[in-house]
Write a protein that binds this ligand. Sequence first.
Ligand code: IP8
Length: 262
Amino acid sequence: DTSGSDNLTILKLGGSVITDKETPETVDNDALAAAVEAIAESAAINHESNEANLLIVHGGGSFGHVHASEHGVSTTEGTHDPAAVTAIHSAMKRLNGVVVDRLHAAGVAAVPVHPLSAVARDDDAAVSLPTAAVGGLRAEGFVPVLHGDVIAHAGEGVTVLSGDELVTGLAERLDAARVGLCSTVPGVLDSEGDVIDSITDFESVAAALGDSDSTDVSGGMAGKVEELLALARPARIFGPDAVGAFLAGDAPGTLIDGGSAD
Ligand code: IP8
């Protein structure tokens, strides 16, 4: 089913797209500016009706990941050290602040939403993700901007919640019509380096993608593909140049569609 109840598009800006991964806490200004411009021009933001059909999530890049690995925290390895929790969360808030500020400067009614304050994992690692805040903000014409974060995790202290988990969780709960992940590469690449058009099962691409069960926060591209295959709606992975095309309703990059029965 491709038609969500209220035409919501969820766009994730990858952390390695909008930051310089090599240098701690450095924004990639050109890449962020290009993404912001594409978002500001997009029809997903209807300035006349004051309706926001867009929700943005961004990843950690050289903000969250640097602090998370410094403190040995991942999606499965937790911490009970309040200073570690605060350091990782604060770094993500700094990046989120930059993203929100740039969106404002471009005329987008972006508002920050911080998962640590609202989201938790139970001891089966299932994420509880309340949607009252994002739903309420959208209904009032705002574009919520969420980010990968640290969240309470039963028995583990806090662990990392990746932006990808937020995207799939919100897509299901908010019945998103379209889901797009902007990555540094133009799509999921095969072993020749060509963009794969569509992926409907993991086995057919496993060899090209390599192992997915690393404790790396997002599990790399293989982890993303598995996560999106488990989502009961189609999603796309595309490169930084294709944000505008995706928001315009085009079909750039790789379609990932595990079917609705998964
Ligand atoms: O970059 C991770 O989000 P991701 C956020 O979407 C943190 O995996 C806190 C490392």
